[in-house]
Design a protein around this ligand. Structure first.
Ligand SMILES: *[C@@H]1O[C@H](CO)[C@@H](O)[C@H](O)[C@H]1NC(C)=O
Ligand SMILES: *[C@@H]1O[C@H](CO)[C@@H](O)[C@H](O)[C@H]1NC(C)=O
Ligand SMILES: *[C@@H]1O[C@H](CO)[C@@H](O)[C@H](O)[C@H]1NC(C)=O
Length: 244
């Protein structure tokens, strides 16, 4: 089975370069239609203008999530919702202590936990399915539950309960809500389970668990693929030169 796949690699790579050649040719054809007519939205600019989000802004920059969010706004059709804790929310001793103890990866996670990868208007909170999925992920370690009662919208993470304020900013694809508390995901505070130990006896029973040759095999395959890519890259360039 594996051998058959290997045999087909040259054909795949050939078609890849054929496609590449034609798409390059098309890209040079005149009058391409504009992909989208949306003005770029700048999250940093909006938050800076709103004031009172200096710590959140600093964290966005430190984790490089700011450029990430801006580019997502330009490409995603689902929009974004950002829960932005105010400077007051970050000023408590408890939060300062927690922030100073986090690794860079945990900081990134904390910030991603405040971003929902879809646009939620004020009126849509009572239509949402719990738990909410954030950029940090979903599941028990990143629980985010929304409850509504009339105009009140509460968020709960298992560690933080808070009520969201009116949007600081909202258009048709970006909503930013001010929070009075920092949303703490359970993930950062629950110790990770230790990786399961492989029992030496079990190893022999089930060879799916550990295959000492697996790495070698995959290295051989990738070397083979690389050779093919180089070879057909050369053929592609040569035929492109002949076309000129
Ligand atoms: C967004 O705005 C900030 C502050 O005004 C600026 O420094 C940054 O370059 C802007 N980013 C983009 C992608 O326009
Ligand atoms: C939201 O939280 C407030 C304050 O903790 C509480 O009084 C209110 O009952 C909560 N509302 C909902 C819908 O959970
Ligand atoms: C959050 O609210 C829930 C239900 O209202 C309550 O059981 C829980 O103790 C609260 N947690 C915190 C950290 O305040």
């Amino acid at each position: 089975m594996k051998q058959n796949h290997l045999f087909l690699f040259p054909f795949y790579t050939f078609y890849f370069f054929l496609l590449l050649f034609f798409s390059t040719a098309l890209a040079h054809s005149p009058a391409p239609a504009p992909a989208r007519l949306r003005n770029p939205t700048n999250v940093t600019k909006i938050l800076r203008k709103a004031g009172q989000f200096n710590t959140f802004l600093w964290l966005l920059k430190t984790t490089q999530l700011d450029t990430n969010l801006n580019s997502q706004l330009g490409t995603s059709n689902n929009g974004l919702t950002i829960f932005a804790p105010s400077d007051n929310a970050f000023s408590s001793l408890k939060i300062k202590h927690i922030l100073s103890s986090l690794t860079h990866q945990q900081l990134v996670e904390l910030m991603q936990f405040h971003v929902v990868p879809s646009f939620i208007s004020t009126f849509q909170f009572d239509t949402l399915t719990n738990p909410l999925k954030t950029h940090a992920g979903s599941g028990g370690r990143f629980l985010l539950i929304v409850t509504t009662n009339g105009n009140t919208v509460n968020l709960s993470t298992g560690l933080t309960n808070t009520t969201i304020d009116k949007p600081v900013y909202s258009d048709d694809h970006l909503a930013i809500y001010k929070l009075h508390k920092v949303l703490l995901p359970l993930d950062i505070f629950i110790p990770k389970p230790p990786p399961p130990k492989i029992q030496p006896d079990e190893e022999e029973e089930d060879d799916d668990i550990y295959d000492p040759n697996a790495k070698e095999k995959s290295e051989a395959v990738s070397f083979y693929v690389r050779c093919n890519l180089i070879l057909f890259g050369l053929i592609g360039v040569t035929s492109a030169l002949f076309c000129l």
